[in-house]
Design a protein around this ligand. Structure first.
Ligand SMILES: NC(=O)c1ccc[n+]([C@@H]2O[C@H](COP(=O)([O-])OP(=O)(O)OC[C@H]3O[C@@H](n4cnc5c(N)ncnc54)[C@H](O)[C@@H]3O)[C@@H](O)[C@H]2O)c1
Length: 277
């Protein structure tokens, strides 16, 4: 492993920009659950195991129509959890490194938890491809997206249901998180679209400057492989090395230049950066 840490440190030291790609595993060392398989999800949410609801069944906008108290039980619990959680030391170490890069870094994540921004990453350099739990929208996706700041969810922990009053839109109708759910036709993607454009502009800047970049992917699973695929595609496009950090799903296709690190995010970041002066 030491050799891999050294190789990864060398790749990073030679880079002028860094694309950070993060899945739910990035937050595990901060104490957050990932949703790896039904087992992982039900371990994090025992009341939903009792109801026999998988992550993809629960993360469905229809609950906001049919059972809003259950829907807000699930998302309200996550909102409070992510608000309370402090990003682990690996976030800060990465941020310090990024500040010294001529082209800085950009974060691509399917996490909705806002942990990168909380750790001090510039909001303008983050693309949350599945949205953010810290923002709200109307059920039909019309109108503005607004901050969930100030919303407190009163959760009945026994029944895993939110007690009214539930979050409301400015017009008085029920609100929902601005997150892309499964089978979701009404996600308002406006905020994420702007973030995506910022990432494309950063890519453009890198291409113009013929900059050498690295791609560091952490904690991205295979069940919803958006982050893994984006990391692979970008590494190929920029002929960059993909550093994949994952304690279980660390394998990378042989046709991609890569370093695969079978460790958790925090341990791997510490292992890599101890090779920096
Ligand atoms: N924090 C969040 O915002 C959050 C949490 C769970 C799920 N989700 C959503 O659910 C979907 C889940 O996809 P996913 O691939 O991100 O999560 P996932 O739960 O499917 O997979 C998590 C991955 O992290 C790895 N992992 C576990 N512990 C780790 C550690 N300490 N360090 C690094 N990696 C570790 C696992 O091996 C796995 O490959 C996404 O659509 C996402 O939007 C978001």
């Amino acid at each position: 492993m030491e050799e891999k840490y050294q190789q990864a440190a060398k790749v990073l030291a030679q880079s002028q920009g860094l694309l950070i790609c993060a899945g739910a595993g990035m937050g595990v060392d901060s104490g957050l659950p990932d949703f790896r398989g039904d087992e992982g999800f039900w371990k994090a949410y025992p009341p939903l195991a009792k109801l026999g609801l998988s992550f993809s069944e629960m993360a469905n906008p229809r609950w906001f129509e049919h059972d809003p108290e259950l829907a807000w039980g699930f998302y309200g619990h996550r909102l409070m959890l992510y608000r309370e959680t402090q990003p682990h030391a690996g976030f800060g170490r990465l941020l310090d490194f990024c500040k010294g890069l001529p082209h800085g870094c950009f974060v691509f994540t399917s996490n909705v938890d806002g942990q990168f921004q909380k750790a001090g990453f510039e909001p303008e350099s983050v693309y949350e491809c599945h949205g953010s739990i810290h923002h709200l929208q109307t059920l039909d996706g019309s109108g503005q997206i607004w901050l969930a700041k100030g919303e407190q969810i009163d959760l009945d922990p026994e029944r895993f249901r939110a007690r009214p009053p539930l979050p409301k839109a400015p017009g008085g109708s029920l609100a929902r998180p601005n997150i892309l759910m499964f089978g979701d036709w009404y996600w308002n993607s406006e905020r994420a679209d702007i973030q995506q454009l910022a990432m494309q502009n950063w890519f453009h800047e890198l291409r113009e400057a013929k900059a050498k970049i690295a791609v560091l992917e952490m904690g991205a699973g295979k069940s919803v492989p958006t982050v893994r695929l984006h990391a692979e595609k970008t590494a190929r496009h920029f002929e960059a090395t993909l550093i994949r950090v994952n304690p279980r799903q660390h394998q990378v296709r042989e046709d991609i230049k890569h370093i695969s690190i079978e460790k958790g995010a925090l341990e791997a970041i510490e292992g890599i950066f101890k090779h920096f002066k």
